[in-house]
Design a binder for this molecule. Structure first.
Ligand code: SF4
Ligand code: SF4
Length: 452
């Protein structure tokens, strides 16, 4: 699929017209739900942990009550892989719909900051006029209150962002305890507030059109069977203005009113074809539909179309690529689910002590020396017993802690002692069990050496 890229030089500050329409109303409701989740996830607790935590510094990740430690990095990597494949699969089928409807950048920009701007400064024409006029009381008041609100909201976003990164409890300490105790935390809040303020007050759509790498991938991911926001040029062209008192347009259905361009938050003209800058926000569909209704034409001159439909009237069907990505996604999700299902709250590793072989004891039994590490992936202390799975074997502990602290680890050193007559081969498999509250909560395997 041919995707165009605008090569405008310099920053042309945009004043998109306030959108309205059915799709815009749906977008508002989607954004309310997503904003609710975004702001509540770090502050709602499940099993004593916040719903989502991405603490890269302490390498602790929590998703819906499940704690992932550095030992679970493979699960975290798989979860990231699922997310990326899902986005790729989604893009192949529905284009950049994620950007316009679910990306936090767009949601904050279009549904929070831009709406405050419309509320204080008015629609696009009023904003342009206000920017062009000399500084007076009205301009100072409007600009001052807008930027003050922008800073307050950026502060809120910065705090929430940090709650995801360092945890809501730690954030609470930074806010409530003296600043000198949390200089770096305090500076982080200030820095992130300024970054978010800069992004939403000034950088704006440049994040989507230039900075975000996902937008650049569109050329690779989209094909002629992808459903994207597109202008049906076969129906719209040749475009031409409706003349006064003219009820029938002799041209195509596009009356060249320019509303679809005026409302676009990235400043493009969708009639020039699919462009990298289009975030599929659907604002142009709403605007054009209003026009079509006024001139008694069928709606969706701009709508969700595949290039195959516009060019050859072929109905929408999933491409082979989409089926391929969906199959890969399913496979990775099945692997991920089975690993999560088999994951133990306490992970045990047992290794034979390096540099030691077996020992023959005075009573004829054979012993091997082992080191074990137990990692507690829960947020509760665990009282435990450690035993050999083979009940005829004995364990003599050199070091045996009985309590495994929450989110902590502990070491055990012990001899596994076997009766000589039970040993049939030089290297045999042995297994251990960790018991807590009468239940086996973890197992581990290793090998036992002895001369049979
Ligand atoms: S809003 Fe519709 S009719 Fe108006 S210029 Fe755009 S495509 Fe043409
Ligand atoms: S072209 Fe339409 S869908 Fe694309 S960004 Fe502009 S208004 Fe949104």
């Amino acid at each position: 699929m041919e995707i165009q890229q605008n090569n405008k030089k310099g920053r042309n500050f945009l004043y998109p017209k306030k959108p309205s329409g059915k799709l815009y109303t749906y977008r508002k409701w989607v954004s309310y739900v997503l904003l609710f989740f975004l702001f509540s996830c770090p502050f709602v607790k499940l099993n004593g942990e916040q719903l989502v935590l991405l603490n890269f510094i302490e390498r602790k990740f929590v998703f819906f009550g499940l704690i992932f430690t550095p030992q679970d990095f493979y699960l975290f990597a798989l979860a990231m892989m699922i997310f990326i494949i899902f986005i790729v699969c989604f893009t192949v089928v529905l284009g950049r719909l994620w950007c316009g409807w679910a990306c936090p950048q767009t949601i904050f920009m279009e549904m929070v900051f831009r709406r405050i701007e419309y509320w204080i400064e008015g629609d696009a024409n009023h904003q342009k006029k206000l920017d062009a006029q000399n500084w007076n009381t009205e301009k100072v008041l409007k600009k001052g209150s807008k930027h003050f609100l922008f800073l307050i909201i950026s502060f809120g976003i910065a705090n929430t962002f940090l709650a995801y990164l360092i945890g809501a409890d730690q954030l609470y300490k930074i806010i409530t305890e003296p600043v000198v105790l949390h200089i770096s935390g305090f500076l982080s809040i200030c820095l992130f507030t300024l970054i978010f303020y800069g992004v939403f007050a000034y950088v704006r759509e440049v994040v989507c059109t230039v900075i975000c790498p996902y937008g650049r991938l569109q050329g690779v991911l989209l094909d002629n069977q992808s459903l994207i926001v597109a202008y049906n040029e076969k129906r719209g062209e040749p475009r031409g203005h409706l003349q006064k008192n003219q009820t029938v347009n002799l041209n195509g259905d596009c009356i060249d009113c320019g509303l679809c361009v005026q409302v676009c938050p990235t400043g493009i003209d969708i009639r020039q074809g699919t462009q990298l800058e289009c975030v599929n926000c659907t604002a142009c569909i709403d605007s054009c539909n209003e026009v079509m209704i006024k001139i008694n034409k069928p709606i969706n001159l701009i709508g969700f179309y595949t290039q195959d439909f516009i060019q050859h009237q072929k109905p929408f069907k999933l491409s082979l690529r989409a089926y391929g990505y969906a199959a890969v996604l399913m496979i990775v999700m099945i692997i991920f689910s089975s690993l999560i299902y088999r994951r133990q709250d306490v992970e045990t590793t047992v290794l034979r002590a390096s540099g030691t072989l077996y020992q023959v004891n005075t009573d004829g039994t054979i012993s091997n020396l082992y080191h074990a590490e137990l990692i507690n992936k829960t947020n509760k202390d665990v009282k435990f017993k450690f035993r050999s799975k083979e009940l005829t074997d004995q364990i003599k502990f050199i070091q045996l802690p009985k309590l495994l602290q929450k989110e902590g680890s502990t070491q055990l050193t012990f001899f596994l002692i076997k009766k000589a007559e039970t040993i049939k081969e030089y290297k045999s498999a042995v297994a251990f069990e960790v018991i807590s509250d009468g239940k086996i909560i973890s197992t581990a395997k290793t090998t036992f050496f002895s001369q049979p």
